[in-house]
Design a protein around this ligand. Structure first.
Ligand code: PEP
Ligand code: MG
Length: 647
């Protein structure tokens, strides 16, 4: 409605209950506390007063949906019964942690209260508001392009708050009174939050969260990243609604002991990062996690899917002992990590690492990885304004190859679309992005970008150590098309040698057609994260489905079995690079299904190698037959835990 008023020059006021509000200000209007079917007066003054009043009245009479598409309340994903007051969630990265709660959702940066130069403070506030507006406007464009209307509605509401004349006016008055820009803006927002909270309307009280979000964004623009970071304890348990990968990577690793998030899923990118960094993480915990007191000491047992918010001294002592014991075992495993992983009956299993960059490559080597089983190249493409050219890409990939000191690197072509967005690709609006343009389909839709990446890959030396992996292949036609493209680019570049080419099996059709794919591919690598989401028809980003999204489901195991059978018809090997490979409980299951390579988070290489060495492949083969006939992932897990208990 404030948009209706802003299109006219006249000033328009809305009066209710003896109070008046500027119709251009969403916060002032909300502060009136008007409910559906209440009578209000509209007063307009100025050259186009009649039209302005009519537009505002029309907007007032338009029934809106309650809220603006705020996400559905999160349910805790844990189905197990836990002691009263405990928090349950989905294990995104295993392990035990003791630490103090750092509430990223409620973190408040420090601002100076007073300032000497009001003009400079006003300029700084204007610059910050412009910067935040531009960021939100870009997010709206992006959401609209992708057909994500509920997100674009939320961002539009935020944009109206940033542009709000009452908020700005209140902040400017406070600046004139000698306060700093940050302090003044925070005061203006807080005053408005108090009004909204006092009106007794749950709907308006919900908008307080929107206002606080704007406050955070504006303060960040004013203070810069460094000062708007929370202070960490020596062992911090980060608590957030959801965590962006960038939030996790910019915090000092040695101070982050664990992660608890209300939303999220076990195969999201934060989960992947947490596993890579070896940080125990529990996701999809539901809103109760946001009620933990900042600074309180909690005991997180991510492997068990629980967090004790007020651990007794005895529990803490037991956990400390278990952590020390585990650290000792890990040290032993690390000492043995460089050797090959060979089962008791003499079958060698390649234990590779999933990485994203040169630094991860170093970590992989340090942890004894035999090779790199998946280099996700998206990380080079996201969070920037345009795509990296072939030289930048080739430099980054070559740096990885050099770090690997003679080990093979499987590099995946760009997998964007779906949950991985890049702003410079104008992807069409999609009602179902996970089922739309993503993976190799995006590559074929943007051939210039795909070619640039293929050229970069073909520039690497030695080519014999490079294997190219293609994401989201649905059938052999796509594989042929890509191979032709590689051949013709290699010819243009005067190359006689070709790198090996592998297919990611992450769409059920690829698993079902594995024999056809293996006839033309050099190897297959199963992406269990996507294969699970597409087989079970469950969005991998949906927190409320996280508990059911389990790659140990018998349907997945049957698809893996079929993939291996199809590949062996042509003498090709099959690896697993999805999160299932990093789960020690799944190691015997995958070996029993005939998987030859496990590509895992770098930090888990020693543990998975140790696990392989304790298994007999023939025994695994026999037992897995029985797992395929079970009814659910839970039954598979229970049976696997009984047959192959983890040390
Ligand atoms: C997968 O889908 O299992 C996979 C490894 O790819 P990503 O998680 O990057 O989609
Ligand atoms: Mg995938």
């Amino acid at each position: 409605m404030q948009n209706a008023a802003r299109q006219y020059r006249s000033s328009v006021r809305v009066e209710f209950n003896g109070q008046a509000a500027n119709a251009r200000s969403v916060v002032a209007l909300m502060g009136l506390g008007v409910a559906e079917d209440d009578d209000v007066a509209v007063l307009a003054q100025g050259e186009d007063a009649a039209a302005a009043a009519a537009a505002v009245i029309a907007a007032l009479q338009t029934r809106t949906e309650s809220g603006h598409g705020a996400p559905a309340p999160l349910a805790s994903a844990s189905a197990r019964s836990l002691p009263a007051g405990w928090i349950g969630g989905i294990c995104a990265a295993p392990g035990l942690a003791i630490g103090q709660v750092v509430r990223l959702d409620a973190f408040e940066p420090q601002v100076a209260e007073f300032a000497v130069n009001a003009d400079s403070e006003r300029d700084q506030l204007n610059r910050a508001l412009t910067e935040v507006s531009a960021g939100i406007a870009a997010a709206i464009d992006d959401a609209l392009r992708r057909g994500q209307t509920s997100q674009s509605d939320i961002f539009s509401a935020h944009l109206a708050l940033v542009d709000d004349p009452e908020l700005r006016g209140a902040a400017e008055r406070d600046i004139a009174a000698g306060h700093s820009a940050g302090y003044a803006f925070r005061q203006a927002v807080r005053a408005q939050c108090r009004v909204l909270s006092s009106l007794g309307s749950p709907l308006l009280a919900e908008r307080v969260a929107d206002l606080k979000d704007i406050e955070r964004q504006v303060l960040k623009a004013l203070l810069g990243d460094a000062q708007s970071e929370p202070e960490l304890y020596p062992a911090s348990i980060l608590v957030a609604e959801d965590l962006a990968p960038s939030e996790l990577t910019r915090l000092p690793r040695e101070r982050v002991a664990g992660i608890l998030s209300a939303a999220g899923g076990a195969t999201g990118h934060v989960a992947i990062l947490a596993r890579a960094l070896g940080i125990p993480a529990l996701v999809a915990c539901g809103p109760q996690v946001l009620r933990l007191d900042a600074g309180s000491e909690v005991l997180l047992d991510a492997s068990q899917g629980s967090c004790d918010p007020a651990p007794a001294a005895a529990s803490l002592a037991a956990a400390r002992q278990a952590m020390a014991e585990r650290e000792r075992r890990r040290a032993d495993m690390r000492a043995d990590a460089d050797g090959a992983a060979v089962t008791l009956d003499g079958v060698r299993v390649e234990v590779a690492a999933n990485i994203a960059n040169e630094e991860d490559a170093r970590e992989a080597v340090r942890h004894g990885a035999d090779s790199v089983g998946l280099l996700r190249t998206e990380f080079l493409f996201i969070d920037r304004r345009d795509a990296p050219d072939r030289y930048e890409q080739a430099n980054a990939y070559q740096a990885v190859l050099d770090e690997l000191q003679g080990r093979v690197a499987i590099i995946r072509t760009l997998d964007v679309g779906g949950d991985k967005e890049v702003p410079y690709l104008t992807l069409p609006p999609e009602p179902n992005p996970a089922l739309g343009l993503r993976g190799i389909r995006t590559g074929f839709a943007h051939p210039e970008m795909l070619d640039e990446q293929l050229r970069a890959l073909l520039m690497l030396r030695p080519l014999s150590l490079l294997r190219i992996l293609v994401p989201m292949i649905a059938d052999v036609g796509e594989l042929r098309r890509l191979r032709r493209r590689i051949d013709s680019l290699a010819e243009e570049m005067g190359l006689s040698e070709r790198p090996q080419l592998g297919v990611m099996v992450e769409v059920p059709s690829a698993a079902l057609l594995a024999d056809q794919l293996a006839a033309e591919a050099d190897f297959l690598s199963i992406g269990t994260n996507d294969l699970t989401q597409y087989t079970l028809a469950m969005d991998r980003c949906n927190a409320s489905l996280a508990a059911s999204l389990d790659a140990m489901h018998p349907a997945l195991l049957r698809l893996i079995e079929r993939t291996v059978a199809g590949a062996s018809l042509h003498g090709k090997w099959v690896g697993v690079c999805g999160a299932l490979a990093s789960d020690p409980l799944a190691t015997p299951v995958l070996i029993g299904l005939g998987v030859a390579e496990l590509s895992v988070s770098p930090g888990l290489v020693p543990e998975i190698k140790a696990r392989v060495r304790a298994l007999d492949q023939q025994a695994c083969l026999k037992r897995v037959e029985q797992l395929l006939r079970l009814d659910s992932a839970a039954e598979v897990r229970a049976q696997a835990a009984e047959w192959w208990p983890e040390a």
